[in-house]
Design a binder for this molecule. Structure first.
Ligand SMILES: [Zn+2]
Ligand SMILES: [Zn+2]
Length: 357
């Protein structure tokens, strides 16, 4: 039987943490239940889920729809798109059947690459390998979630680069429908024996916009600057959590000119703090470069998402971030040393090691 292999390659970097990741998780379930009701898709479509952050991992290998159980999406640090592409190409080599003189191979694979950030690794070798050996035989659709991806890099991989407006009403539900419809139409085409270029479903107004052409490459900076992301450990449970601050673009809406002036500086506002599992460390590249922001630039203090302690951003002398209930002596869950904690005086900023987004 000729399969229609579909790879969902999902960015699970820290910047996706929170609502977007939950909605994508639900969305994968919705794609599968829609496709199961479609006799053409049910017959041909096989689905795989690859996640990537600082590293890439196949969490579901190509699986027929009837046996597919939607996965829980893990979280990691970084957006190593180059490593993710290499992983995808190796997976394609290993799992997609090519045609032989005695046997027809699989239909042309479809890849939906969903990402919301600029790569934190060097993609040039992977891009070159992709264009040399895969581009002509794989349908790749790159989706920039919220427009935050590096469109220049994506345009080097495929013509089909779409910006997904994740702030639109019901955005994720409609986006998932668009993916399902695109897969359904392709499974109809292949059932009729046409193994061609994917024709994407027409997206609803205001939801998706194609990137026609992108300018020059953004210089490789190795860090996603829209968010300041920190990894803490709960002092009680020792489990990790991710604290995400979002860069405040533009001015705060205030009538107080002094306050406005103060807040005009480059600051980050608390977005969310979510518990993660120890698998976080499996998907995170041990970072050699230190990226730091000063605590002065951070607005808002989260509670610990594991134990609800009041301060989620206490910093040990070792640099480790952990939760804290109040002032006094505590043991750091990172280094095991005990120390006495007080609140830092206003203006006395200290640097905090920062995830790569
Ligand atoms: Zn805690
Ligand atoms: Zn410590």
């Amino acid at each position: 039987m000729r399969r229609l292999p579909i790879f969902l390659m999902v960015d699970v970097s820290e910047s996706m943490v929170g609502e977007n990741l939950y909605k994508l998780e639900e969305g994968i379930g919705a794609v599968v239940s829609t496709l199961r009701k479609d006799p053409y898709a049910l017959e041909t479509a096989y689905l795989s889920v690859i996640v990537f952050a600082g590293k890439a991992k196949t969490i579901i290998p190509l699986t027929e729809l009837i046996a597919f159980h939607p996965p829980e999406l893990p979280v990691g640090g970084g957006t190593a798109l180059g490593a993710a592409l290499e992983h995808l190409m190796n997976d394609i080599d290993r799992t997609v059947h090519s045609s032989t003189p005695d046997r027809k191979g699989d239909w042309r694979p479809i890849v939906f690459l969903l990402t919301d950030g600029a790569p934190t690794d060097d993609v040039s070798r992977a891009v070159e390998r992709w264009n040399r050996s895969y581009r002509s035989r794989v349908n790749l659709v790159a989706v920039s979630i919220g427009g935050g991806a590096d469109h220049g890099v994506l345009k080097r991989l495929t013509e089909e680069v779409m910006v997904f407006n994740d702030a639109a009403p019901d955005a994720f539900a409609r986006f998932i429908r668009w993916i399902s419809m695109s897969i359904q139409s392709q499974s109809r085409s292949v059932s009729a024996g046409q193994d061609g270029k994917l024709s994407l479903a027409k997206p609803e107004d205001g939801l998706m916009a194609p990137v026609e052409k992108a300018g020059g490459l953004a210089p490789f900076s190795g860090i996603d600057d829209r968010f300041a992301v920190f990894v803490g450990k709960c002092a009680k449970t020792r489990l990790p959590y991710v604290v995400k601050f979002e860069r405040h673009l533009g001015r705060f809406d205030t009538r107080d000119p002094a306050l406005a002036k103060l807040l005009e500086t480059r600051s980050y506002v608390l977005n969310t703090a979510v518990p993660v599992k120890n698998s976080y460390f499996d998907l995170t590249q041990s970072s050699d470069a230190a990226h730091a922001v000063s605590s002065d630039q951070l607005i808002g203090q989260p509670t610990c998402p594991h134990c609800a302690a009041q301060f989620g951003m206490a910093v040990c002398r070792c640099g480790g971030i952990h939760c804290l209930e109040g002032e006094g002596e505590r043991t750091c869950p990172w280094c095991g040393n005990s120390g006495v904690y007080g609140s830092s005086a206003a203006g006395a900023g200290f640097d905090i090691g920062r995830g790569r987004g």
